[in-house]
Design a protein around this ligand. Sequence first.
Ligand SMILES: O=C(CO)[C@@H](O)[C@H](O)[C@H](O)[C@H](O)COP(=O)(O)O
Ligand SMILES: [Zn+2]
Length: 197
Amino acid sequence: MDMTSHMASHFDDAIDTLKASSRELAEPLSVAVDMLFGALANNAKILACGNGGSAADAQHFIAELVGRFERDRLPLAGIALNTDTSILTAVGNDYGFDAVFERQVNALGQPGDILVAISTSGNSPNVIKAIEAAHDREMSVIALTGKGGGGIAGLLQETDIHLCVPHDRTMRIQEVHIVLLHALCDGIDALLLGDTL
Ligand SMILES: O=C(CO)[C@@H](O)[C@H](O)[C@H](O)[C@H](O)COP(=O)(O)O
Ligand SMILES: [Zn+2]
């Protein structure tokens, strides 16, 4: 194997995936910005969850809401559901790992809040159960998926937004997910502060 060209192929595939995602997802992404901004302006909050690399993405996104993105602004209300090891171990131990996000949505979610659900396969049971709990609590869902959206695709309602990356490899999907999440932060800041840096 020519390792240099193998490495270069990652950049080529990532570029192609980003371009395809831009064509398919820029419009629903703009709707997601409006949905997030509207919720935050109404004193609602954002919950986010995912597993593995998507857990890192969920907490990265929430850190940029509660802290800041590129510019100073007021703190925005968000909670990552994959960060509290006491909750994760207690709920996982007592109710099963499939319940670790669902239980927190039921504890914290209020009508008008938004769940940002991240799963590259669309099939993680704990993320699926979190979406079902969000619907029960009259919350809208912004789902970031790939691979056609898996089980999540069939669960989403008209008031939800599905950002499904057109690729079948987890790593490529995750790479686009972080672009989507940063674009959401930038869009919220543009609505709050104006669109110039
Ligand atoms: O980051 C990676 C692979 O790039 C892994 O940690 C990956 O996130 C984990 O296998 C997750 O459990 C996959 O879950 P999901 O994206 O299918 O919901
Ligand atoms: Zn990864």
